[in-house]
Design a protein around this ligand. Sequence first.
Ligand code: NAD
Ligand code: UDP
Length: 334
Amino acid sequence: MPSQSNTVLVTGGAGFIGFNLIKELVGRGYFAICLDDLSCGPREHADELDRLAKCRFIRHDVVEPIDLEVDFIINLACPASPPAYQRDPIKTTLTSVLGIRNLLELARTRGARLVQASTSEVYGDPLEHPQKESYFGNVNTMGPRACYDEGKRCAETLIYDYSRIHGVDARVARIFNTYGPGMRIDDGRVVSNFIVQALRGEDVTIYGDGLHTRSMCFVDDLVDGLIRLMESAEAGVAPVNLGNPREISVVDFAELVIAMTGSSSRIAYLPEAVDDPHLRRPDITRAQEVLRWRPRVALEDGLRETIAYFRGQLAEAAVSGLHQGVKPVDDMRS
Ligand code: NAD
Ligand code: UDP
């Protein structure tokens, strides 16, 4: 059990993964600081976390330096949904690059261990399948996804250099698509879009022919992997894929969601998103060996829980009159 002095700073802590992660950290005895600029994390998450005895919330933009007494830093601060990170692409790149520079300085001066939320997007539209950590990736530096992909790649580079030059103790998790309770109704990613559309009886919007694949990891599994990485004495700075290797096409996923929600929704095919990766599946050998981690939650079980969560969110939104439509984002598609 960690002692009271084991303080974990979670940047982007009010977002989907951060909210789940901080609750788990506090449950395991850590003291957490949730730092977030609330640019896409909900205020309600920050308030709920701030009410916990072993958590406090700080509103701050990671682009600006910060000094805090901390033992661990988990950097999740970055918009993660394609519509969100493409809305202000310059800010997205700066958030990843300047954000990690500031947090590496904090880790260096405070002697804290840093865990970076990197991403499967560093592999771009991969030419190797499944993706191992040794794969260099295939990213279009000029495309609309580059702000996210290249920002995360540059953040990794800064981490490896701070580790080599300054001896900073850092870890890099390359996270693959993660879903679960705590996502926003209007997040814009495939899981929330499809479930919310199906529950509302609206068309389920597929961008392209639906043959793209993703591998979906339930958030509880991902959070467990992140904490193992943070606590591991052996992991070192080399990147570790965290994701669920079960691969599913977008159209099969749409049909699964429609069946599991009992919806009468139909599928609507819209133009393909620009530079959308065609295939994605993690090779998790390294996570299995170094962290003794693998996902435990089957897609159907995780989806059942996530559907129940969104039913609750929609009921609450209906009661409070905050009905927000989930709309496909035009500028993402060709
Ligand atoms: P999210 O968008 O729900 O949460 C991101 C949080 O970061 C939000 O609360 C937002 O307000 C905050 N934030 C954004 N810019 C900030 C800034 N400049 N300063 C401070 N806070 C800022 O995303 P998520 O799904 O919870 O993802 C968390 C992290 O994990 C991200 O870094 C993302 O790139 C990474 N990741 C997530 C997935 C996934 O499938 N969820 C996959 C790969 C990587
Ligand atoms: N997608 C879709 N309809 C949607 C949202 C997403 O067809 O309403 C597709 C998207 O084009 C991609 C996959 O689902 O092929 C996963 O998209 P998401 O935005 O969840 O995450 P990504 O893995 O692209 O970052």
